[in-house]
Design a protein around this ligand. Sequence first.
Ligand code: PEP
Length: 256
Amino acid sequence: MNKSLRKAVIAGNWKMNKTPAETKPFIEELKPLVADADCDVVICVPFVDLQAALEATEGSNIKVGAENCYWEKSGAFSGEVSADMLASMGVPYVVIGHSERRAYFGETDETVNKRVRGAIDSGLTVILCVGEVLEQREQGITEEIVGMQTKVALGGVSKEELDKVIIAYEPVWAIGTGKTATPDQAQEVNHYIRTVIADLYDEEAAQAITIQYGGSMNDKNADELVSKEDVDGGLIGGASLVAEKFSAIVKAASNG
Ligand code: PEP
């Protein structure tokens, strides 16, 4: 299998932006702009926006995701939202292990693994984020960090379940900073992650899995990034809040 046979996915991550009232008009604006996309289009939104996003995207090619979920199905976990709850709403995707969750909310590789497990058990497709911080890149340990994050997060996940997993390589130093990884840097690490998947599973699994790049991807740099052999689309933060910019990235991935 080669790149052209893998599914490219462009996913927006709204982070803590937009209200339910802002969600509908945004999606109405986005729908015609991405209607001809030749890649999967996902928007991951705050929990409170999910219902509005599901309603507004109905009948379109835009899929909806959450930005996190908890691994237990229900119980005394105030403030958390379970994967089962998301699935019951008809939400098909969830971002797990975003660097902001790791940096500000105490997520560890182990809790990321539990969330991945819980999400897959509930039938969700996971967008699993991995990536090194600047110090780690400067120390030359990017592959060790990203390899470990990937291995721990996928603990207990079978080869058959991998079709419910998308990996997003997101160098932390590139997220929200305007400092994008070069296409070669993105390619190098995405390729490395594919070798990790080959080691964990096999070559077939490695060739089939979608591995995105994320980190200040925008309408200007997307073309070059998504044209790389091992870059199967992107996870987009800031630029996903502007329909024209986000749709331009979708177009780049459709061509790439
Ligand atoms: C993200 O939130 O995953 C992200 C990549 O953000 P940005 O595109 O703003 O760097």
